[in-house]
Design a protein around this ligand. Structure first.
Ligand SMILES: [Zn+2]
Ligand SMILES: [Zn+2]
Ligand SMILES: [Zn+2]
Length: 138
């Protein structure tokens, strides 16, 4: 209940109507703790058809609520965005880490801010993928 209020607020902040479909999909993704593979979303919401799921996921992605977090996988992973993302742009400067042991994908922050410049360009968003052994498996 509490959680639903927060999710509703998040949807409204990003200018999306808080439909029950969006709330259900978002609650599955945000309740997963790590990046969630598409098949897990499907498992959790098996009464949803694929098209509805894809459409809902796409609207959440466009609105800066979730993002793709795949690391060299056939399966697509999704993760909840930070408050830095908005309805018209994503603003990510974190790493997508894939554990080669448990296969979990997580969004992680580096020890120090990752910063680089490309002359003449403005960087709003970049993606870094890393593989290795996660905290839980170490
Ligand atoms: Zn984002
Ligand atoms: Zn692991
Ligand atoms: Zn991420």
């Amino acid at each position: 209940m509490e959680e639903n209020i927060l999710l509703k607020q998040l949807l409204r902040e990003r200018k999306l109507k808080a439909t029950s479909t969006r709330l259900e999909v978002l609650s599955v993704i945000s309740g997963y703790n790590k990046a969630i593979p598409f098949s897990e979303i499907q498992n959790a919401l098996h009464d949803f058809d694929r098209v509805t799921l894809y459409r809902t996921i796409n609207s959440l992605m466009k609105s800066g609520i979730i993002h793709k977090a795949s690391v060299g996988e056939k399966e697509t992973f999704y993760a909840v965005c930070s408050s830095k993302c908005s309805w018209d742009s994503h603003n990510h400067k974190h790493i997508h880490f894939k554990c080669s042991n448990c296969k979990a994908v997580t969004c992680v922050q580096a020890d120090s801010a990752i910063n680089f410049a490309i002359p003449g360009h403005t960087i709003n968003n970049f993606e870094i993928e890393a593989t290795g052994i996660c905290v839980a498996c170490n």
